[in-house]
Design a protein around this ligand. Sequence first.
Ligand code: C2E
Ligand code: MG
Ligand code: MG
Ligand code: MG
Length: 281
Amino acid sequence: RAKAQGRGRWAAHQPGDSDPATDRLTLLEQLRVALRDGELRVHYQPRVHAATGRTAGVEALVRWQHPTRGLLPPSAFIDAAEDSGLIRELGAWVLQEAVEQVVRWDRAGGDAAGLHVSVNLSARQLAETGLADRVAGVLARAGLPAARLVLEITETALMSSPELALRTLEQLGAVGVDLAVDDFGTGYSSFTYLKQFPVDELKIDRSFVAGLTTGVGDRAIVASCVHLAHAMGMIAVAEGVETAEQRDALVELGCDQLQGYLFDRPQPADVLFPPLPVGVA
Ligand code: C2E
Ligand code: MG
Ligand code: MG
Ligand code: MG
């Protein structure tokens, strides 16, 4: 492409050019720069109590404000970050940012005060030594009680190395944070492990929620997930709730909390909860 554009050999190779190995390298180099130069953003999506519709918390979801490609979703860069190990730095940044944001919301004292915040952890982060200590450090420095933080780990990440996950979850549990199994139902859970994990919530994958009002199978799966969660002392959270029919079915099935476009899309902090004008308290 550099030649075709006649820009000489220093023209940057862009993602989307033909060589996938080079593309990935370029993407990673750009992502490293993005972390350093502050191009990453955290958007927040509320989750509501099924019974009342009141906001229970927000999930932090990373975005990349790319200089030429616009706002990129995690699917455009999380896998590359995970494969390369850059996910540790990225994950640490998201955690710090999200924890500081809820503390700012607390201080502002508006509708957003007192919310829980959920942060996603990848398989690689779960394998980090000293993760629990670092999480405790971030909370202590920000002054946020551990009980206000939920760490979400996908079923697939948990089961990819369950013995290791068990140890890390126990350490995180000892710090006092809540733990969630994300995308539940899409991986291969072993009940032998699931019953040992000190988990506080099951997040039912949105693929089952999508089929809830059309497929008998999906309704049975969601009902089973809710029962399983409650029988094991966890709450059940549904993700990807897009319609009022899905919401009503989830309430009927006893699901505790709901998250999805029906309520809110993920948005920047000050769009979701606009700051009060100065002087109005
Ligand atoms: P997730 O943790 O399961 O997050 C929920 C995803 O579902 C988000 O996609 C959210 O925007 C989307 N979603 C929410 N409500 C609806 C709905 O009603 N309908 C549909 N179709 N989608 C809905 P997003 O933000 O693109 O994130 C995708 C995944 O990327 C996340 O899935 C999570 O696994 C991962 N991810 C996001 N942020 C981070 C992060 O900071 N660290 C790590 N390790 N992974 C992250
Ligand atoms: Mg999640
Ligand atoms: Mg999920
Ligand atoms: Mg999901």
